[in-house]
Design a protein around this ligand. Sequence first.
Ligand SMILES: Nc1ncnc2c1ncn2[C@@H]1O[C@H](COP(=O)(O)OP(=O)(O)O)[C@@H](O)[C@H]1O
Ligand SMILES: [Mg+2]
Length: 250
Amino acid sequence: MSIIEVKDLNFFYGRFQALKNINLSIDERKITGLIGPSGCGKTTFLRSLNRMNDLIEDVHIQGRVLIDGVDIYDQGTDLQKLRKKVGMVFQRPNPFPLSVFDNVVYGLRVHGVLDKNTIEDRLQWSLKCVQLWNELKDRLEVNALSLSGEQQQRLCIARLIAIEPEILLMDEPCSALDLIATARIEDLMRELKKQYTIVIVTHNMQQAARVSDFTGYFLLGELIEFGETDQIFTNPADSRTEDYITGRFG
Ligand SMILES: Nc1ncnc2c1ncn2[C@@H]1O[C@H](COP(=O)(O)OP(=O)(O)O)[C@@H](O)[C@H]1O
Ligand SMILES: [Mg+2]
């Protein structure tokens, strides 16, 4: 079942067109990996799925992005609700310079959850989801910035999960992590997809091959090919995809 439907999406920074007529369906509770060389529009595409691009000046968008059947670019869209439903994890972990506790409950407070028991429950549940609870339960007051990079990235995921999103957008979430931490975050993603739809941008093809169910290949703002990960990596239909995955891309 698809949860996101992108239809004829064009995106412009000023007069520069960064996305060209993108059409794509993203399945619920699957991991969709987006690959392609630097500058091909992966981040722009990801940000168009929760209207983060709106924060950039002089941008222009055409087409539709339906989430649960509703066009998020409709006039009446509540952006706060949208970004609660479609959360984003960034390349560099960006915890707030606050305690672990305050980081995780931040979104709850923003969304008006004040009940102490609810907050405690959600805190524990979110930290357990990202497998940080045992490590941090006795240190909830430490500053999040004192954690390792991997812990910080997990904490950022916990912060999102605390407000019960449906979709997690991840923009090269492992690019600042070593191989072991990367493998652990990938394991976490496999766990999370039982409950969430994940769209991950990665410049690491092996990562896409390892974790994603579906893979899309972007080149110069176009979605060249999209399909099941096995097919994309073993039997690509487009020679440009093949050039990229076999490393022939210049
Ligand atoms: N804020 C911006 N203003 C103008 N151009 C941008 C901006 N962000 C990205 N671009 C351009 O859009 C294209 C796609 O960028 P991006 O989506 O970041 O690609 P990727 O994530 O695949 O590296 C690039 O040519 C980039 O220079
Ligand atoms: Mg990027």
